[in-house]
Design a protein around this ligand. Structure first.
Ligand SMILES: [Zn+2]
Length: 156
């Protein structure tokens, strides 16, 4: 899923867990659970992704970055500069930061302990098959649902 969906659910989990360290751990695990929900976050294959844009793929640019920034502002307004809340957000996006950033993914994917987490990441990442238009509509809708549900869970 996109970073915006991961980060807001990760923060919500920390906010709703009484032990913040456990919350951050659960936020990290939530990444693999969320990726299992059918979604669309750009081309699945690395080569295609790189062709679309060297650094960030198109869907990230038009949706993910602005939404992520808005969500970070919302988290700041709700919790201030809360170390645990923002650690939860970071923990929830960590698998994508480690596995999918073009600058270091070839190294991080092979790191001793992380190697297993990369395999887990790949196996939980649900790949859509079918018509692209349908995939995009459903795949973006599921992520908007996660974002809205997380905000409602955190509250105003
Ligand atoms: Zn992921």
């Amino acid at each position: 899923m996109l970073n915006s969906a991961h980060l807001i659910l990760g923060s919500a989990i920390v906010a709703k867990t009484s032990n913040p360290i456990l919350g951050i751990f659960l936020a990290f695990l939530s990444h693999y659970v969320l990726d299992f929900i059918p979604h669309y976050d750009g081309p699945e294959n690395d080569k295609k992704k790189d062709e679309e844009n060297e650094i960030i793929n198109y869907s990230a640019l038009v949706f993910d970055i602005p939404v992520s920034l808005l969500l970070i502002i919302y988290l700041y307004l709700q919790f201030g500069l809360n170390f645990y809340i923002f650690s939860g957000a970071l923990a929830a996006v960590l698998p994508d930061l480690m596995d999918n950033v073009v600058w270091w993914r070839n190294i991080s994917r092979k790191l001793f302990a992380w190697k297993w987490l990369f395999k887990l990441h790949q196996s939980t990442h649900l790949v859509f098959e079918g018509k692209m238009r349908y995939i995009k509509i459903v795949g973006i809708a599921t992520q908007i649902l996660v974002i809205v549900a997380s905000i409602l869970w955190i509250g105003f």
